[in-house]
Design a protein around this ligand. Structure first.
Ligand code: NAD
Ligand code: ZN
Length: 371
């Protein structure tokens, strides 16, 4: 993959969806208003949903860009974090946006990470039975993962992401320079999902990360990061394009997530970040895969890539507690825990026949050789 600085604005990608396709474009925030017009979207009103952290950096530049282009921007700022994916916040969005004279053609732009994309996307899906949605993802995770695929929604006390809809955006506009203000731990979260996309579908991306992870995580070099983002987006676009509603291949995106959800729950939500749990879960899933497929999988090399992420020590977590959590996961069917495994690099499948001793050996491995 090329790494020259001209690639900070690489070529767009097309995501196939049910009724139409949409593009992922690399556009600076200043170029967003003009780009919306090329998507057939018009003002004067435009809504920007963002969170407090992101607003502190990018609210003014984006508002000024819209105003200079003749639009009338309305900004709604929610508190940062998962708690904003709530009915209460959604109601606040409706209460703020309906009185501004919102029309069926008024675009809603989500400016921020996955939280803002999910709650703002659900508001766009439901306001007036659907207004045009444009994602402006500013976290690495949102760029490589949550802004692509059309899932929107909020949480409920019973569980995460239980209320929502599939609602495809008109476009996804990525300005990689917004990553320069992203906190270091969020780089790790996003990089875990980036590595995941490589492991399930793109050996070249894995080779690229082998070489460039230090520049990406150590120096937050955009030159090194942007080619990886683009490749990881392409994987997500391909997978959701084949399987928009999650019947088959989309399940592969859950690589590492069976263990991850259990780790997050048993450690106590918020203790281990999602991406950290996914990275640890992928180490376990790689070990499980290697127990089955042996030398077809270069486990040591792939495990080394994952252990280069700074990961928390989870050796205190009890295997039986994790096993119980996995058995109660919503993806578990008839008590059979489903793991995404790899036959080889970039060759995933879903297994529901992993015996407890094999899973425990995988956990022992992760515990005994911490990152
Ligand atoms: P997030 O939206 O909470 O963002 C992480 C943190 O980074 C927040 O504090 C945010 O304010 C801050 N931030 C974001 N961009 C910044 C920037 N450029 N500069 C400074 N700070 C910035 O979390 P996330 O990791 O982006 O997304 C996680 C959410 O995405 C979860 O709710 C998850 O369920 C959801 N998700 C959705 C999908 C989907 O397909 N819709 C897929 C994966 C995850
Ligand atoms: Zn995830």
């Amino acid at each position: 993959m090329p790494t020259s600085s001209s690639d900070l604005r690489p070529k767009s990608l097309t995501v196939p969806a049910d009724s139409r396709t949409y593009d992922i474009d690399f556009v600076s925030l200043a170029g967003v208003p003009a780009h919306l017009r090329t998507l057939g979207l018009h003002g004067p009103n435009v809504v920007i949903v963002t969170d407090e952290n992101v607003a502190a950096h990018y609210r003014s530049p984006l508002v000024h860009a819209f105003e200079a282009d003749g639009w009338k921007p309305h900004v709604v700022v929610v508190p940062p974090g998962e708690s904003s994916k709530s009915l209460e916040r959604l109601e606040m969005l409706y209460d703020t946006l309906l009185p501004i004279g919102l029309e069926r053609s008024t675009p809603v732009c989500t400016l921020g990470g996955g939280v803002v994309g999910d709650v703002g996307g659900f508001a766009a899906a439901t306001l007036l039975r659907g207004v045009p949605l444009v994602h402006l993802p500013t976290s690495l995770l949102a760029q490589v993962d949550s802004s692509i695929g059309g899932k929107t929604g909020i949480n409920h006390a019973v569980g995460k992401n239980l209320i929502g809809s599939f609602y495809q955006p008109h476009g996804v506009l990525v300005d990689p320079e917004t990553l320069l203000t992203l906190p270091a731990r969020e780089w790790i979260n996003g990089m875990a999902e980036t590595i995941k996309h490589g492991l399930i579908a793109d050996a070249a991306l894995v080779a690229y990360l082998d070489e460039h992870l230090v520049d990406i995580l150590g120096h937050h070099s955009l030159e090194a990061t942007v080619p990886a983002i683009r490749q990881a987006m392409a994987v997500k676009a391909r997978v959701v394009g084949h399987d928009e509603r999650e019947a088959g291949k989309r399940a592969y995106l859950n690589f590492g997530h069976t263990f991850a959800h259990a780790i997050e729950q048993v450690a106590g939500y918020g203790t281990v970040a999602h991406g950290e749990a996914v990275a640890i879960g992928m180490r376990a899933a790689l070990y499980l895969s290697w127990q089955r497929h042996g030398d077809a999988l270069d486990r040591e090399r792939l495990d080394t890539l994952l252990t280069r992420l700074p990961l928390p020590d989870v050796s205190h977590l009890d295997f039986d507690a994790l096993w119980t959590a996995m058995r109660h996961d919503k993806k578990t069917k008839d008590g059979r825990i489903r793991f995404v495994l790899l036959k080889a690099l970039a060759d995933p499948y879903v297994a529901d026949d992993c015996a407890k001793p094999a899973v425990e050996r995988a956990w022992d491995f992760v515990q005994q050789s911490p990152a």
